[in-house]
Ligand binder design. Structure first.
Ligand code: SF4
Ligand code: SF4
Length: 219
């Protein structure tokens, strides 16, 4: 049989209470680190991987993101359209038109590969994180929602002084100008009054022919 170890120091009555109060007082004077979410929104760093935003004007439906996604959780549908030649005598071109772009966030592991491989800067990280659902099937988000998240993507960091303007800015400006011109043309077409069709000429009323006298009447 072995004897139980004895406590080395002697404690005074009430010393435990004093230690506890000292800890309480120390903590009371420190800055709190607990944020009362959702009343207090967290201050997230700009490169937070919250959700993926889609800038669909830049998407050419090349399918690279869907092919490289390790979870196969990007769904893209498209169809081909023929574009008339830009100049007379030119050749017609065909282009892909996006019909569906969806990401299943119940499968996504937030690796960021789709954003890295997109050659046309159509996908971005947004710090938005409040998209929890009670039904897992509702975590597949379609292009409209992905586009809404695009507007929560933080602006890129400022350029160093005297740096060249990135080519993406010029491309985005060109795309925005083209969309604005298209919308203005559509609005002008809608505001133009319908051409009135000329009324068909009414036929002149024909005079009733006088009755030919009957042969018997002439006699
Ligand atoms: S972040 Fe990764 S897992 Fe999620 S959609 Fe992109 S490639 Fe797929
Ligand atoms: S890689 Fe980029 S351009 Fe290609 S389909 Fe995906 S989002 Fe669109």
């Amino acid at each position: 049989m072995t004897a139980s170890p004895q406590p080395s120091g002697r404690s005074f009555p009430g010393s435990g209470l004093a230690k506890g109060l000292a800890v309480t007082l120390r903590t009371m004077t420190k800055k709190t680190v607990t944020a009362q979410y959702p009343e207090t929104q967290p201050d997230l760093p700009p490169r937070t991987r919250g959700v993926i935003g889609l800038f669909e004007e830049n998407c050419t439906v090349c399918m690279l993101c869907a092919r490289e996604c390790p979870d196969w959780c990007i769904y893209i549908d498209s169809h081909k359209e023929t574009v008339p030649p830009a100049a007379p005598g030119g050749r017609e071109r065909s282009r892909n038109v996006l019909d569906r772009f969806a990401i299943d966030f119940s499968l996504c592991m937030y690796c960021g590969i789709c954003i890295e491989v997109c050659p046309f800067d159509a996908l971005f990280w947004s710090p938005e994180f409040e998209y929890a659902e009670t039904d897992i099937r509702d975590l597949t988000h379609e292009r409209d929602k992905l586009r809404d998240w695009m507007w929560t993507v933080p602006a890129p960091p400022a350029l160093v002084p005297a740096a060249e303007e990135p080519k993406e800015y010029a491309a985005a400006r060109k795309s925005a100008d083209r969309t604005a011109a298209q919308q203005a043309a559509e609005a002008a077409t809608a505001a133009r009054p319908e051409p009135t069709r000329p009324e068909p000429a009414r036929p002149e009323p024909t005079q009733p022919k006088p009755d030919r006298p009957e042969d018997g009447d002439a006699r």
